[in-house]
Design a protein. Structure first.
Length: 204
């Protein structure tokens, strides 16, 4: 089975962002991260009739994808997450699906593995780490103490679980939702990326 789409999911502090970059570089794939959400969010003020109409929504998605192709900077949009409207969620999912359809891409964005679960050409990867490891990394990355890092981790995990439940109807994330699950407590970003690249290049 040939894979030309890699979806990388993770919780904060697992180190997946660096892994996604390394995988994309090694495979010469495009890397699409939270730009998917940011670009959709930039259209958040569109009329609900636009996202309700299939053809008009396709036009919107095409414009977003053209932005990816030209390398235009993503707008500075925060706070989307689980608060996205149903119409905006349709746009986000359409962007993910259309991006995957073009192939040769690493998707590191908002649980794309769930949106693309039915596609045979998609390798779904989950990057994880122990709470202790994640907490330490978050403290370093955010410049906060361990107590604040623990609070941020708990908040992030709750938000991710709520997003997956509301967006994809998944009550509890499971290892079986993925093709490859890796723990970065001991494995380096380079080691994990090599595993993923090997799985893409040498599918069983």
């Amino acid at each position: 089975m040939a894979y030309n789409v890699v979806c990388i999911s993770s919780a904060d502090g697992a180190g997946a962002e660096e892994i996604a970059r390394l995988v994309a570089d090694a495979l010469a794939f495009r890397l699409i991260n939270e730009d998917v959400v940011a670009r959709a969010a930039s259209e958040a003020n569109i009329d609900e009739e636009v996202v309700a109409d299939v053809e008009r929504r396709k036009s919107l998605v095409s414009r977003l994808l053209e932005g990816f192709a030209t390398g235009a900077p993503a707008p500075d949009v925060v706070g989307l997450g689980q608060h996205a409207s149903d119409g905006l969620r349709q746009v986000i999912r359409s962007v993910i699906e259309e991006t995957a359809a073009s192939g040769d891409v690493v998707l590191f964005a908002h649980a794309a593995s769930f949106a693309l679960a039915a596609r045979e050409n998609v390798l779904r990867v989950h990057v994880t780490a122990s709470d202790t490891t994640r907490q330490g990394r978050l403290a370093t990355e955010r410049g906060v103490d361990e107590h604040e890092a623990a609070r941020l981790m708990k908040q992030s995990d709750a938000g991710r679980a709520d997003y997956i439940r509301r967006f994809y109807g998944v009550s509890a994330e499971q290892p079986t939702h993925y093709d490859l699950v890796v723990n970065t407590d001991k494995l380096t970003a380079q080691g994990v990326s090599a595993l993923i690249v090997d799985a893409v290049k040498n599918p069983v």
